[in-house]
Design a protein around this ligand. Sequence first.
Ligand SMILES: Cc1cc2nc3c(=O)[nH]c(=O)nc-3n(C[C@H](O)[C@H](O)[C@H](O)COP(=O)(O)OP(=O)(O)OC[C@H]3O[C@@H](n4cnc5c(N)ncnc54)[C@H](O)[C@@H]3O)c2cc1C
Length: 292
Amino acid sequence: MDFLRPTTWADALAAKADRPGALPVQGGTDVMVEINFAARRPEALLDLNPVRELAGWDVVDGRLRVGAGVPYARVIDELGGPLPGLAQASRTVGSPQIRNRGSVGGNLGAASPAGDAHPPLLAGDAVIEVESAARGVRMIPAAGFYLGVKRSALEPDELIRAFWAAPATGPQYFSKVGTRNAMVIAVCSFAIALHPAERRVGTGLGSAAPTPRRATAAEEFLAGELDWERRGPLADSAARRFGELVREAAAPIDDVRGTAGYRAHALSVMARRTLTWAWNDHRAGATGREAP
Ligand SMILES: Cc1cc2nc3c(=O)[nH]c(=O)nc-3n(C[C@H](O)[C@H](O)[C@H](O)COP(=O)(O)OP(=O)(O)OC[C@H]3O[C@@H](n4cnc5c(N)ncnc54)[C@H](O)[C@@H]3O)c2cc1C
């Protein structure tokens, strides 16, 4: 197996164009497991760790551009303020070792329906920046990025450069059910983001369908139901209906981690619960940004 080690983004794109079969590796927390278990035998590994362009984040025209190689530990430490939902999700990923190595870009590359970064990226309207040497940059909204189980819109000659997201303007929450408290793949997960300026709600469901997905009917229902103007109390009936609509948006399966019925139920509970937390924060005047 060849080992390619570009040191610049341009060289990485050239290497991927030259060898579309080369498998990118960032933290390696998915890739190395697959290789160790002989589930994958790529012709070459394309190590992206030396590519400095992937390792940082920036604010461009008021939006965050977060390099694909930024690990969860840094999302937690550095981006908890502007991206609280993603930071909460990052805290639930694996162990400290996995959070030090594993990256949001790797989660996107793997495109597992159970990946923890996906629900907050969906709820926060993130856009994925991908690039190829031949066709240049494509900006793919998260909602259009996931195409099937572990399949994404990424073409064989493309690499993920970054994701873009607006800093939170309202409360964001992430909730995950696992078979135990830590080091666990989600049985199912849910993210909510309130966008008060636009009187809009974002959602993201994980481990609840072949791909991570939004619950658009639930979002639309809630946007019309919430008393944005006076920040009035949340009606129980509205929270319940929101939970039902989230459950209806899911298409879960039975597997080793849980049954479809349990997942559907848990999603409606998480939806109600996170909505209650988020709306209470909004009523209390919180911007949604966590203390750094
Ligand atoms: C013990 C353990 C616990 C875990 N717990 C969790 C968990 O709780 N939640 C969770 O979501 N995941 C978990 N994972 C899975 C894994 O840690 C995450 O999916 C992580 O985000 C992968 O990031 P990485 O940088 O290690 O990716 P890598 O393993 O390097 O790559 C993952 C995939 O993305 C591709 N890729 C990487 N970078 C790019 C790029 N720039 N452009 C294009 N493709 C790219 C790779 O080719 C590969 O297909 C766990 C893994 C282990 C081993």
